[in-house]
Design a protein around this ligand. Sequence first.
Ligand code: NAD
Length: 332
Amino acid sequence: MKITFFSSKPYDKEFFGKVNKDFNFELDHFETHLGPHVLNLIENTDAVCAFVNDKLDAEVLEYLAKKGVKYIALRCAGFNNVDLEAAKRLGLRVCRVPAYSPEAVAEHAMAMILTLNRKTHKAYNRVREQNFALNGLMGFNLYQKTIGVIGTGNIGAAFAKIAKGFGAKVLAYDIKENQELKDLGIEYIALEKLLSGSDVISLHCPLMDSTHHLINKDSIAKMKENVMLINTSRGGLIDTKAVIDGLKSKHIGYLGIDVYEQEEKLFFRDLSHTIIEDDTIQRLMSFPNVLVTAHQAFFTEEALEQIATSTLTSLTHFEKNEQFENPNAVLI
Ligand code: NAD
């Protein structure tokens, strides 16, 4: 089987190359995003392997199907960038990596909380300038604070357990409850109560029509003053303009985002020598209480190895028409 990769980075080549020694597929890597502009790169390929910002809309999928592509393998968990209806209509099989080291993302969410709270990023720079003053570095104890988790699937559950380990009270909201978390003393409550009762809110639900702009002017108004908001899930969960208003009015005290609504034009690239035209991200980055990381929450050795193994295993199952061990890996 030939697999064509889009949005491929050196680390994708490294980890897929290593894991592929057990599979022997033909791998063809392209650094460019997948979209209508690069469809001429698809030649004699059985599978397309795509990442979070590759656009797999009806137009792209129709072209892929016409070119003989049979399988779409998403090397990520989220699948909001694929038109699944169109894929189904075209007879394409689609898989994803439903759970690769959820701890990688959960630990990054906690790293963002600790950085924003204890300002280690500022302390690091200060002492290098021989400035040993503490003014402006004061944080708060997470112990006995209330941390709200929205979406308690693989990542949200891992994050809730970490938060519990800090001695925080953990509130959860999800459309389905996780009994293991309830047994650990994590309390499921209505979304409105979570918003109004949490000192820190961390988003771990997928981006869907029902969750698009879940964090908006109205939901921000329900939050505690000085709340800390963390988003390591998908940018579209947050209405960025409303969050900027919340930061300006000081209702939001801290914001940590690993994902951003318009990230496909920015993230995973070195743009240090270019003029950024996106004024919204520039405004966000100008706040001293905002931390932006460029979709790196998944980025651990363990996660990359699991992504490569899971993706190539799923494509083998498609090719051999085998049953998947984890049915959540198959989207169609
Ligand atoms: P998951 O499917 O295991 O869990 C998602 C949970 O959200 C489920 O429990 C589901 O019931 C819940 N949910 C669905 N709709 C909801 C709603 N309206 N309100 C509240 N909860 C709702 O997924 P996961 O593996 O935990 O991943 C969560 C998200 O994290 C993914 O969708 C992806 O967007 C994001 N992600 C980000 C990175 C990164 O590097 N930043 C990496 C992996 C995943």
